[in-house]
Write a protein that binds this ligand. Structure first.
Ligand code: MTE
Length: 338
């Protein structure tokens, strides 16, 4: 078992949750095959069966100098699946980032000149502290950790991605949200000059892309802000320079290239809900029992797939993270609040 030493300013998981629940959860996590175990030499590529791996990169470090320095201190995080990560070439070429086009390879093809440094993030709304900050100043407050999470898209494909980042809760708490802060709203950059689809008359969705979480969901230890993958800076097509990762929800909740985080009283209207509320709900918890109106959600194609094998796997409720998140929805009918 890896014991992560807390650094000054770093909120330990045991501080977020009561000690008893914390220890109970450790047991559940072990039983789920999640969690950090002692690691040997860092490796590149797939995991050997049953062992948790730390995915480093052989490529030169990319991104601004401050991020490269920070990446050198990357540590293995908690809650990582032991399933092998999807190879980098798939993670970085099979994407949804409609601002750069709706085809799966459009984001990689069209985002290479996207300028992500310098980058500012505004924190606004129902909190004691608000303001606009350089990304560097935000990231430097946190220890970067790697979390290998399953990513399940509402389109019924999935990947396993080694993200680099820090828990969303650790950032949100610094701004001291007040008792009116019931939700957190996230906004992607709006810049039609750089993001061609935003200026198109035929845009598939409204821009800027908006997402939201209930405050208790946002404070859950699994909700993560990622600034990289595979031990390196975030590729533009994956949502550089900073994106959300909510592993128990369909991928569309994991908003990319965030410029604004706002604590709100009311539930924000989110992009896909506005686009088609019958097909895409606010909660969007991964649920094999509730089909999309046009297809089943009972199983998923785990990338990489080939013409010889679609590589189907069963979809798990809350994408396999139920022991850590099911309590958030205990009084809700998830068929109605999908
Ligand atoms: N964020 C923005 N701003 N625009 C998008 O089109 N697509 C979402 C989500 N975040 C999207 C977004 C969807 S549908 C998915 S499945 C994931 O990003 C895909 O993340 P990936 O391309 O890194 O796999």
């Amino acid at each position: 078992m890896l014991i992560k030493r807390a650094r000054a300013g770093d909120i330990r998981s045991s501080e977020i949750t009561s000690e008893t629940v914390f220890h109970e959860r450790r047991q559940i996590i072990k039983a789920m095959g999640l969690g950090a175990v002692a690691l040997g030499t860092p490796v590149v590529g797939g995991a050997t069966s049953g062992e948790r791996q730390f995915y480093t990169t052989q490529a030169p470090l990319s991104g601004p100098a401050w991020l490269q320095n920070k990446l050198k201190t990357l540590t293995p995080g908690q809650y990582s699946t032991r399933e092998s990560a999807t190879p980098f070439e798939y993670v970085s070429t099979y994407n949804n980032f409609y601002e750069f086009g709706t085809g799966k390879t459009d984001p990689a093809d069209n985002s290479q000149n996207f300028v992500t440094d310098p980058w500012k993030v505004e924190v606004a709304g129902e909190a004691e502290l608000t303001g606009t900050y350089n990304l560097e100043d935000i990231v430097n407050l946190h220890t970067l950790e790697e979390r290998v999470y399953r990513l399940r898209c509402v389109e019924a494909w999935s990947m396993v991605v080694p993200w680099v980042g820090f828990p969303l809760a650790n950032l949100l708490k610094r701004f001291k949200p007040n008792s009116n802060a019931k939700y957190v709203r996230f906004e992607t950059l709006h810049d039609p000059e750089q993001m061609p689809a935003q200026g198109s008359r035929f845009a598939a969705i409204d821009y800027p892309y908006i997402e939201g979480l209930r405050i208790d969901e946002a404070m859950n230890e699994l909700a993560f802000l990622a600034v990289g993958v595979y031990g390196n800076a975030m590729p533009n097509q994956n949502g550089a320079p900073i994106r959300l990762v909510v592993p128990w929800k369909y991928g569309f909740k994991s908003i990319k290239s965030i410029v604004k985080i706002e604590f709100t009283k009311r539930r924000p209207k989110t992009t896909w809900e506005i686009s088609n509320s019958r097909e895409y709900g606010f909660y969007a918890n991964v649920n094999p029992d509730v089909d999309h109106p046009r297809w089943s959600q009972a199983r998923e194609r785990r990338l990489p797939t080939s013409i010889f094998s679609q590589n189907y796997v069963e979809t798990l409720k809350f994408n396999g993270y139920a022991p850590l998140v099911a309590h958030l929805y205990k009084d809700m009918d998830l068929r109605k609040q999908y």
